[in-house]
Design a protein around this ligand. Sequence first.
Ligand SMILES: Cc1ncc(COP(=O)(O)O)c(C=O)c1O
Length: 381
Amino acid sequence: MERLANRPVASMPWPSLSALFARSTRSLPYPFEAPQTTLWTSARIALWEAIQVLDLRPGQRVALPAFCCGSELEPFLKAGLELSFFAVGDDLSPEPNSFREAIENASAAMATHYFGLPADLSAARDMAWQRKIPLIEDCAHALYATEGATQIGLSGDAAIFSFWKTVPLPDGGALHLRAGAVRARPKSPPPELIRHATRHLLSRSMRSHSVGAVRALEDMRQRLRRKKTSTASGTAEPENWHLIKFPDELIRAGMASSSQRIFRGTDHAFVRESRRRHFRELEAAFAGIRGFTPMSSLGEGACPLYFPVLVDDAAGLRKALAAEAVGVKHIWPYFHSSVPWSRFPRERHWKEKAIGFPVHQSLSDGDVARLIDVVKRWSRS
Ligand SMILES: Cc1ncc(COP(=O)(O)O)c(C=O)c1O
C-alpha cells in the first residue's frame, strides 16, 4: 500500500517535460565551451579520446585507483594498456605510498574525485610531475565541483566528465585537455541510443509524478514491458556488465544535440545548491545511527553526486528501502576482474558496504523527509 500511496524516491534526478523539450541557446558553464574541451556521449568515450591524445600505446602501463566502478577501466583495456592499481585513503584521495608504487613503470595515471567531493591530488600531482607522466582527473562524478571558483579537474593534464550522472540528460560527457588537441571530430551518437535514453528519462519523470494516476499508468507500462523482455531474452552476460562495458560502436560519438540543449537550459547553480543542501540534511539526520559511517563530509568545493555512507548491514537496508520504493545507489556492485582484489581489502569492503543516498535536485522536501523516515524506522527495527 505504502508503495502506491507515496511517490517513489528515485536515486537519480528526472527532467520536467518542459526541460526535455526546451530549446535553450544559453552558453554552457566554463570550461565546457572553451577550445580545450570537447563534448562526447559519455565519460568513457572522452577517456578513449584522452588515451589517443596522450599517445598511450598498447603494452604501456597506466596506474588506476582500485576503488572503481569498473567502467572507467574498459577504455584502457580496449586500447591494449596494462593496468596497475593503487589504494585510496580514508579521505578518498590516492594513498601516497601505494600511488608511488603503482606509477613506477607507468606511462600515465588517473585519479578520481569520488561522488563530487574534491579529492586532494596534490601529492599525486607532484609524483606524476616528477616522473613526467600525465595525470588524468576522473571528474565523472564531479560536475560543478570546484577548486577555488572554477570547475575541478582543470589542472590535470586531462579531465573527463559525465554530465548525465548529475543532470538528467539522454547522454553527455566531456574531455578537457591542459595542452594538446583532439584530432577526431565527434560524430552523432546512434539515434536509437538517444531515443532509448530519452524514453527512460520520461519514464523516470512519470514514475516520480506528483499525480498518483500518472505513476500507476507508468508502473503498469513498465510491468508489461518487463514481462515481454524477460520472456524474449536470456542473457549470458554477468550482472551489471551492460553498465560497465565499453561499446565499440560509440567510439568518437559526440554528445547529442538534444542533450546539449537541455544542458544549456539547466539552472546549474540550483543543481549545485540543492545537492549541497540535501547532503547536509541527510548528514544531520543520520548522525548517530549505529552502523552508519559517512565516507566524507561536505567540503567547500563539493557538488555531491550522493551522500556516501558505509552501512554495516548495507544489503538489509537496500532491501528495506526498495520495499518502500526509496532508491539508493549501491556503490559499486561490480568487481572488475582486472583488479587484484586480495591486495585491496579496504576498497573491497567499501564496494560491499557503501550506499549512495540520493541528494539530487529533483527531490522535494517531502522526498527527503520520507527517505529519512524510512531509514530511521529501519534503524530502530
Ligand atoms: C568513477 C567513474 N568514472 C567514469 C565513469 C564512466 O562514466 P560514463 O558512464 O559517462 O562513461 C563512471 C561510471 O559510472 C564512474 O563511476
